[in-house]
Design a protein around this ligand. Structure first.
Ligand SMILES: *[C@@H]1O[C@H](CO)[C@@H](O)[C@H](O)[C@H]1NC(C)=O
Ligand SMILES: *[C@@H]1O[C@H](CO)[C@@H](O)[C@H](O)[C@H]1NC(C)=O
Length: 361
């Protein structure tokens, strides 16, 4: 039977998981199709109001508010002026002392949304062909093009998010990306696990507030933090590192991963976050690294050549995470929490790869 990926867990306090996970994450080559994923995601963003659920509606309007300068007509945010109303009073009301930023995003996650963090922190030279499809040079992304987060930023008409720990060329005027490739939701399994990313966020916000209190410049003010969109895409590394275990043991561990994500959302909410955009995990049974591992038989492959059991574990994780979001929506006051089914989007990329412009071997 397939042996575990190096570094997988027997509870040992392995500290080098990050680097080991890096090899797993290169698998995101299949995110060559990131552009398509992004397009599908935008479709999700755009058509969300049609879903009709109150929560979905309110976050869409939150997104639309953030996206207002894009002029994309993506939705009528409540702050948008409606044509045909008397212009004079509206103008008078427009003077505001503290002008909030129009789009602010804080992102937490792993390589699915790392825009250069792990490269900067670890001093890793991520080389070509990474970056070739869009930037035409490596950017620290574990992708040959953009990651989904890049497309979200573009849709909101703002520049790509700068990694929290990237010293050169960073611009935090539209938020911060705390995502680090290889990161887990489980604390301690990797150096920049979700709890650390959340601590970094709180540290960053407090330092901004300190600066403001001292009348020094800060990239963002407290209103920006309050109105920002908080996005999260994590859990893939937790799951992929245990897939060598018997299936029932895999399933038994999933609630712990979800509990960590839930805790992170609660902490962010306690610290003023209100708008959340939470990604589920992808079609992990289609990851080339998993498919390249020796297996006893092809009996567990599904119609698209993916490992059905791994995909089922991913779907189970997503169900649990989606339920946690439902729960939090009721629990957390004034919050909008959107769960995005990344499995459906990414599985479609594999299943319908020719349609999306990728040829078969
Ligand atoms: C920012 O700092 C001020 C002054 O120290 C404090 O009263 C306020 O609660 C802080 N705001 C946040 C969001 O931490
Ligand atoms: C593939 O595309 C077809 C047609 O758009 C769609 O009905 C189907 O659900 C897609 N398959 C997957 C696995 O997403």
């Amino acid at each position: 039977m397939a042996s575990g990926p190096n570094g997988g867990g027997n509870g040992g306090g392995g500290g080098g998981g990050l680097m080991k996970n890096m090899s797993l994450l290169r698998l995101q080559y299949y995110c060559v199709l990131g552009a398509v994923a992004g397009a599908v995601l935008f479709a999700t963003l755009r058509y969300m109001p049609a879903a009709g659920s109150g929560a979905a509606l309110s976050t869409t309007s939150a997104l639309a508010t953030a996206a207002a300068p894009a002029g994309s007509g993506a939705g009528a945010g409540e702050h948008r002026k409606i044509k045909g109303t008397a212009p004079a009073p509206a103008k008078a009301a427009a003077k505001v002392v503290t002008k909030p930023k129009e789009v602010v995003v804080f992102n937490f996650g792993d390589s699915n949304s790392d825009t250069g963090g792990v490269a900067a922190i670890m001093g890793i030279r991520i080389s070509a062909p990474e970056g070739r499809a869009y930037f035409h040079h490596p950017t620290g992304r574990l992708s040959d093009g953009r990651v989904v987060l890049d497309f979200i930023c573009e849709t909101l008409n703002t520049h790509h998010l700068s990694p929290y720990m990237k010293p050169l060329g960073s611009d935090y005027s539209n938020g911060v990306n705390f995502a680090i490739a290889g990161a887990t939701a489980t604390p301690g399994d990797t150096p920049f696990s979700l709890d650390v990313q959340i601590d970094q966020f709180i540290f960053y916000r407090d330092r901004c507030n300190d600066s403001i209190t001292r009348d020094e410049p800060a990239p963002l003010n407290m209103l920006d933090f309050e109105r920002a969109l908080y996005t999260m895409d994590i859990g893939q590394n937790d799951i992929t590192s245990i897939l060598y275990l018997p299936y029932d043991e895999v399933l038994a561990k999933l609630p712990h991963f979800v509990a960590e994500i839930r805790k992170a959302i609660e902490i962010l909410h306690k610290n003023g976050a209100r708008k959340f955009w939470i990604h589920g995990t992808g079609a992990l049974g289609c990851l080339p690294a998993k498919l390249a591992m020796p297996r006893a038989s092809d009996g567990d492959l599904d119609e698209h050549g993916c490992i059905a059991k791994f995909n089922n574990a991913a779907k189970r994780f997503n169900t649990l995470l989606s339920e946690a979001c439902d729960d939090l929506r009721l629990l957390l006051k004034k919050s909008s929490i959107i769960f995005v089914d990344m499995f459906a989007i990414k599985y479609d990329l594999v299943a319908n790869h020719t349609k999306h412009g990728s040829r078969s071997r």
